[in-house]
Design a protein around this ligand. Structure first.
Ligand SMILES: Nc1ncnc2c1ncn2[C@@H]1O[C@H](COP(=O)(O)OP(=O)(O)OP(=O)(O)O)[C@@H](O)[C@H]1O
Ligand SMILES: [Mg+2]
Length: 251
């Protein structure tokens, strides 16, 4: 079991507000890992730091042992860390295939700008087709993204991440706004993907978290208060007091 991604003392301050406070986490290859916590806990900020969308105030991000702190998002994507966003992010007038193709291009073609051979176009198309199949939208290939259901659009977003050829999938609330059936479909998809990719999941839906994750990290007010195997974290008094406890909303 090897560590694929790690943060050491990762911190982000917005003025006087410390959104992420010395967060140290380890992500093991192909071990699905969920990060939970109340609204404003710093989960999305942590994702932004992990994927180069924000520079940290201090601390480090290591990918396969190499320090990638401060690398811009497009480089982090190219290294193999793909991410989705908390809000839907597809191009509505483009087809599913075109959306995936654009995503694949962002990873593959920039470095080949002066060598746009037929081969590189084929590679990009190939990545896009495979990603569509993997996310379960093979039959929707030529549908405009905006004409599909909300659940399918979120599914397409997963396809767009897959089209970038990642090893790690960082998904920020992939179930947000979904109904029961759509959620079940998405959980099934993520379960399949978790065998092939290292899944890092930010999610409020605790049924999904418990059915997908092997490791759970809990953040409260920017700080990691507990991390470990799901059952251990679930039983933790600190977690129950701070988050899972009273009101039991999360259950
Ligand atoms: N760009 C920014 N500038 C200033 N403050 C920010 C910025 N981004 C986030 N914050 C603040 O940092 C804190 C953490 O926000 P973040 O979005 O990371 O929380 P979260 O755990 O993802 O919450 P949610 O579950 O609601 O998505 C919040 O207090 C938020 O208002
Ligand atoms: Mg968030």
């Amino acid at each position: 079991m090897s560590v694929i991604l790690e943060t050491q003392g990762l911190t982000k301050a917005f003025g006087g507000l410390v959104a992420v406070n010395a967060a140290s986490m380890r992500f093991i290859e192909r071990q699905p890992h969920a990060i939970i916590g109340p609204n404003g806990a710093g989960k999305s900020t942590f994702v932004n730091l992990l994927t180069g969308h924000l520079p940290p105030t201090s601390g480090h991000v290591l990918f396969k042992g190499a320090d990638i702190t401060g690398q811009p998002a497009h480089k982090v994507t190219r290294l193999g860390i793909g991410r989705s966003y908390q809000k839907t992010n597809v191009f509505p007038s483009f087809t599913c295939f075109e959306n995936c193709r654009l995503a694949a291009q962002s990873r593959l073609s920039t470095s080949m700008r002066f060598f746009r051979s037929a081969r590189s176009y084929r590679d990009i198309n190939d990545h896009a087709e495979k990603a569509l199949t993997l996310c379960g939208l093979g039959k929707r290939r030529d549908r405009a993204a905006g004409s599909m259901s909300y659940g399918e659009q979120r599914q397409l977003e997963i396809g767009m991440v897959l089209a970038t050829g990642p090893e790690v999938l960082v998904l920020d609330e992939p179930l947000a706004g979904m109904g029961k059936e759509e959620s079940e479909m998405m959980v099934g998809l993520l379960k399949e993907l978790s065998a092939r990719y290292t899944l890092i999941l930010i999610e409020h839906d605790m049924d999904a978290v418990f059915s997908l994750a092997e490791v759970l990290t809990v953040m409260v007010n920017g700080t990691v208060i507990e991390s470990g195997p799901v059952e251990q974290v679930r039983a933790s008094k600190a977690v129950q007091d701070a988050y899972l406890g009273d009101g039991a909303e999360a259950y």
